[in-house]
Design a protein around this ligand. Structure first.
Ligand code: CA
Length: 221
C-alpha cells in the first residue's frame, strides 16, 4: 500500500514516515504543496496524508485541485487548527477523514486501514481467500488457521493482490506499492516475492498473466 505523505514539518514528517513504514506502508514524502501536486499527477497512491498549512500551495487548495481533476484518492487531513470550521471545510473540500495534531501514530495507521477498506468496498477488516486469511492490522497471514511467516514486502505483495482479487496488477504497479522515494528497487524483486509467496502459501494461489502481471483469482463463494 502506497501512501503520499504531505507534511512540511521535518521532525513530524520524519516520525510519521517511519511509523507508516513500520506498519508496512510504502511512503513518498512531499514537503510542500507543489511537490505533492506533482507526485499526485504522476503516481497512483492508495491514500494521502495531508497537512493543511504548507508552503507553495496550501493543503486545502491541493485537495480542491485534486478533486477538480477527478482524482478520487482517499485523503486524510492533518490539522493543528482544532477548530470545527476547519474540519468542516476540509471534509467539504473532499477529504475523507481527519486527525487533529498531536495525534497517536497507531490511530493514524488504523484510520488509514479503514480508509483503504472503504476505498476497496470491503466491509470486513480481515481479507480471506480460500483457506487463507490476511489481517492488515495484526500484519498476520494464516493458512487453515496456522500462521505463515512472511517478510514485510511479501506481505505487501499478497495484500495488494488480495485487495485486487480478480484483477491483474503489473510488475510496475506492484513495485509502486512496495517502495517509497529513495528506496532502491531491485529489478527482479517482485518476481522473487511472488516466488516466495507461492512456496510459503500455495503454488497456484498467484497466477502469472504472461506479459501483463500477476493476479489472484476471485475466491469461489
Ligand atoms: Ca504545516
Amino acid at each position: 500500500m502506497k501512501i503520499l505523505l504531505v507534511e512540511d514539518d521535518r521532525l513530524l514528517g520524519d516520525g510519521i514516515r517511519a511509523g507508516l513504514m513500520q506498519a508496512g506502508f510504502a511512503v513518498d514524502w512531499a514537503q510542500d504543496g507543489r511537490a505533492a501536486e506533482l507526485a499526485l499527477s504522476g503516481e497512483a497512491y492508495d491514500a494521502v496524508v495531508l497537512d493543511l498549512g504548507l508552503p507553495r500551495l496550501s493543503g486545502m487548495e491541493l485537495l480542491a485541485r485534486a478533486r477538480a481533476a477527478r482524482n478520487a484518492v482517499p485523503v486524510l487531513i492533518l490539522t493543528a487548527r482544532d477548530t470545527v470550521p476547519d474540519r468542516i471545510a476540509g471534509l467539504d473540500a473532499g477529504a475523507d477523514d481527519y486527525l487533529v495534531k498531536p495525534f497517536d501514530l497507531g490511530e493514524l495507521q488504523a484510520r488509514l486501514r479503514a480508509l483503504l477498506r472503504r476505498a476497496g468496498n470491503q466491509a470486513e477488516p480481515v481479507l480471506s481467500h480460500g483457506g487463507f486469511r490476511l489481517d492488515p492490522a495484526a500484519r498476520s497471514v494464516t493458512r487453515e488457521g496456522r500462521p505463515v511467516e512472511l517478510s514485510a514486502r511479501e506481505f505487501a505483495v499478497l495484500h495488494a493482490l488480495l485487495l485486487n482479487a480478480g484483477r491483474v496488477l503489473s510488475k510496475a504497479q506492484l513495485e509502486e506499492k512496495l517502495y517509497g522515494w529513495g528506496e532502491e528497487i531491485e529489478s527482479n524483486a517482485v518476481e522473487v516475492f511472488v516466488h516466495h509467496l507461492r512456496r510459503k502459501l500455495a503454488p497456484d494461489l498467484i497466477r502469472t498473466v504472461r506479459g501483463v502481471g500477476y493476479m489472484i483469482p476471485k475466491a469461489a463463494e
